[in-house]
Design a protein around this ligand. Structure first.
Ligand code: PHE
Length: 451
């Protein structure tokens, strides 16, 4: 079978941006920023994206373009000994992440529909919470999880050019246009100046006092938002036909993803301030509860809500397809399965894995903390060790293709990957494992005991 490639450079860049921009930017970022103290967190996060995120995305790009294989096959081809099996981690991670990502994305679809049919006029936070309860679990949740997975399967079954590339060329511009429209509206709200102050003037005292929690949160967010640690960027780079400048592509992708996350803050914080809500109150459900309360308060809230929730749904879709593509590319390359049955079979399996999340939200934590705090970070660590210490020469050589006069910058890149990235990721992994162990022996054990 001839391996597919992107039709255009824009197709590759938009697909990577589509993958990067997702629930992480819109759902996770503003609330982590809120929890970690606003502008202080933003500053640290921006530093991490530039110093760690950018070199780390290049790690995945060179592996993908060099081998032109799915992540499992790519590492097997390049590595020896135990490295041959490392790619399997990405398959496990992909299954786990997409299973709950799809459930949460389904909630956004449901909320978009609620706006269209009923609006968000709710009598106070009690009702907003009851509404979320009804959407998050039960039949509704199951149904919208199924609808979302069906969309993901449909796009991936259509292929790299006809499915992913066509899809992202529609979705990514739509996300940007809707977001800019919402931010422009947010700037007209009276509360906007207070919101901007909170968001944009860092209090260095906050960084000094809370660095133990700000640093790992910022590092984790930087990896998650760039879709690093599970082979998405390896897979997308494996469809590159010619040797282009990977560093400039990575620069465009990282910049767009970061800009979009930052602009989301210009949307969410004015809305929350306008409704008099605390941006620091996070949590999966809090976001829906506080935003619907905000949309119930401010004028034009119904339209804003439909646009906002719909935009998040689109952003989640353009990320979810990248996760399924990792798994499907594995089946196509390694087991010679045709694309359509591969997409359908894996998609249905992931749907089934996500079903428990629609029954009880404890499974959302069980999956999310594992994937986000442990598996993705472990994946990033292994990739950094692999490129930095096992195949640095191949990687440097591959990066230099398409970049004239890379010179000493190639060596600098390898050293950033070898030491600073490995240290940051190791610390995050340690904290993630401790947190997950605490969850398993705490909340989860309590939940099991109550059965
Ligand atoms: N980057 C995506 C987001 O911000 C999440 C994601 C992580 C997607 C890992 C693919 C792989 O929502």
């Amino acid at each position: 079978m001839v391996r597919e490639t992107w039709a255009t450079r824009a197709g590759f860049i938009l697909a990577a941006v589509g993958s990067a921009v997702g629930l992480g930017n819109i759902w996770r970022f503003p609330f982590i920023t809120g929890q970690e103290g606003g502008a202080a967190f933003l500053l640290v996060y921006l530093g991490f994206v530039a110093l760690i995120g950018f070199p780390a995305i290049l790690v995945e790009f060179v592996i993908g373009r060099y081998t032109k294989l799915n992540p499992v096959g790519a590492i097997r081809e390049l590595g020896s000994g135990a490295w041959k099996y490392v790619g399997w981690l990405f398959v496990v991670t992909g299954f786990v992440i997409l299973s709950y990502y799809s459930v949460v994305a389904g909630w956004f679809l449901r909320y978009t529909l609620i706006g269209i049919t009923d609006g968000y006029a709710l009598a106070g936070p009690g009702e907003a919470e009851a509404l979320f309860g009804g959407v998050a679990t039960g039949l509704d949740s199951l149904l919208f999880h199924a609808v979302f997975m069906a969309l993901v399967i449909g796009i991936i079954a259509a292929g790299v050019r006809q499915g992913i590339e066509v899809g992202v060329k529609l979705m990514v511009p739509a996300i940007i246009a809707l977001l800019l429209g919402l931010a422009a509206y947010g700037s007209t709200l009276d509360a906007s100046s207070a919101a901007y102050g909170y968001y944009l003037s860092p209090d260095f005292g906050v960084i000094a006092a809370n660095w133990q929690s700000i640093l790992p949160a910022a590092a984790g967010q930087a990896f998650f938002t760039l879709s690093l640690g599970m082979g998405v960027m390896i897979t997308y780079a494996s469809y590159l036909g010619e040797d282009r400048n990977l560093a400039s592509d990575a620069g465009v992708i990282v910049t767009l993803d970061t800009l979009i996350a930052v602009i989301v803050g210009f949307v969410v914080f004015p809305f929350l301030f306008a409704a008099g809500l605390d941006p620091g109150a996070g949590g999966a459900g809090e976001i829906f509860v506080s935003l619907t309360s905000a949309f119930a308060e401010i004028s034009g809230g119904r339209i804003l809500g439909i646009v906002f929730f719909g935009m998040v749904g689109i952003a989640a879709l353009s990320s979810a397809i990248s996760i399924l593509e990792v798994l499907v590319s594995y089946l196509i390359d390694e087991l010679d399965v045709a694309r359509v049955p591969a997409a359908a079979a894996v998609g249905v399996a992931i749907f089934l894995l996500g079903v428990p999340v629609t029954v009880d939200l404890i499974f959302l934590d069980l999956f999310d903390k594992l994937a986000d705090g442990v598996l993705l970070v472990l994946g990033s660590l292994l990739l950094a060790l692999f490129v930095g210490w096992v195949v640095p020469d191949v990687a440097r050589e591959e990066l230099s293709k398409g970049i004239s006069g890379l010179g000493g910058l190639g060596d600098a890149w390898i050293w950033v990957v070898r030491i600073p990235i490995v240290i940051v990721v190791l610390v995050s992994l340690y904290l993630g494992v401790v947190d997950y162990a605490g969850f398993l022996t705490g909340d989860f054990a309590d939940w099991l005991a109550a059965r």
